[in-house]
Design a protein around this ligand. Sequence first.
Ligand SMILES: Nc1ncnc2c1ncn2[C@@H]1O[C@H](COP(=O)(O)OP(=O)(O)OP(=O)(O)O)[C@@H](O)[C@H]1O
Length: 283
Amino acid sequence: MTQPILETRHLRYRYEHSESWALDDVCFRAPKGKITGLIGPNGAGKSTLFLNLNGVLTPTEGEVLLDGEKVSYTRAGLREMRRRVGIVFQDPDDQLFSADVYRDISFGAVNLGLPQDEVRRRVEDAMQRTGVYELRQRPTHALSYGQKKRVAIAGVLVMQPDVIVLDEPTAGLDPKGVSDIMKLLCDMRDQMGITIIAATHDIDIVPLYCDYAYLLKEGRLLMDGTPDEIFARPDILRENNLRLPRIAHLMEILSDRDGIPVDRSAATIGRARRELLRLLEEK
Ligand SMILES: Nc1ncnc2c1ncn2[C@@H]1O[C@H](COP(=O)(O)OP(=O)(O)OP(=O)(O)O)[C@@H](O)[C@H]1O
């Protein structure tokens, strides 16, 4: 793995009045400039981990490191952490509260005390990148769900973060909305070098867009690796109520129903392509 920009070491978190650990001994490393997926069933601890990753929650035990430095939970340390690690909640209505799109996106930059010109420059850049420029005067309540998601991402981009953490970025979107939002995240990685961490129940996102992934269950990390490594263990995914990606289902159908001798565990585009090319060459 390349150098992690954000890391937890033996992180444990227990909510007040709770007897069990929401996170237990979690060693999570987000490689710099990559997209890391976090998959896991309901209640696995994904949201709790995210809130620890940007300082909204303070670890009960263990530590969080940003760029190799232990996070300081002083006022200044937390302000710096929240500027560098942006969070996008699952429901954009939890994030948008200003009267119109422009004001909502500018909120964080205004709060940083930046000069007006710089605020305007950052907001315009964020609106262009997220494709919401045309909506800038609209009231936020008059936007579609997908548009609200983009505005929420733009509001984080104006902070010029190093890392953006997104809870279920594709939930509630139609298929085009899903590919548009994932393309936006890939562009932010490729053009701006932003590290992306995304929690998702949408397993198809992992082989298509993620560079690395973690599987979390009942507060513990069960497995991590590249998509190829993760999907080489379909038994573990099935045990945890996660289905295989569609690519793997296709390979299973070709193998089991049609009797074509492909490796039925090929779950990523790269492996499926290699399998199909191998077959063509053998013909
Ligand atoms: N405010 C809270 N107080 C007490 N327990 C909580 C609180 N929030 C979450 N929990 C518990 O912590 C554990 C992890 O929850 P969390 O919301 O982090 O999981 P998740 O993976 O994000 O779930 P989902 O996929 O359903 O959003 C669960 O057992 C949950 O009941």
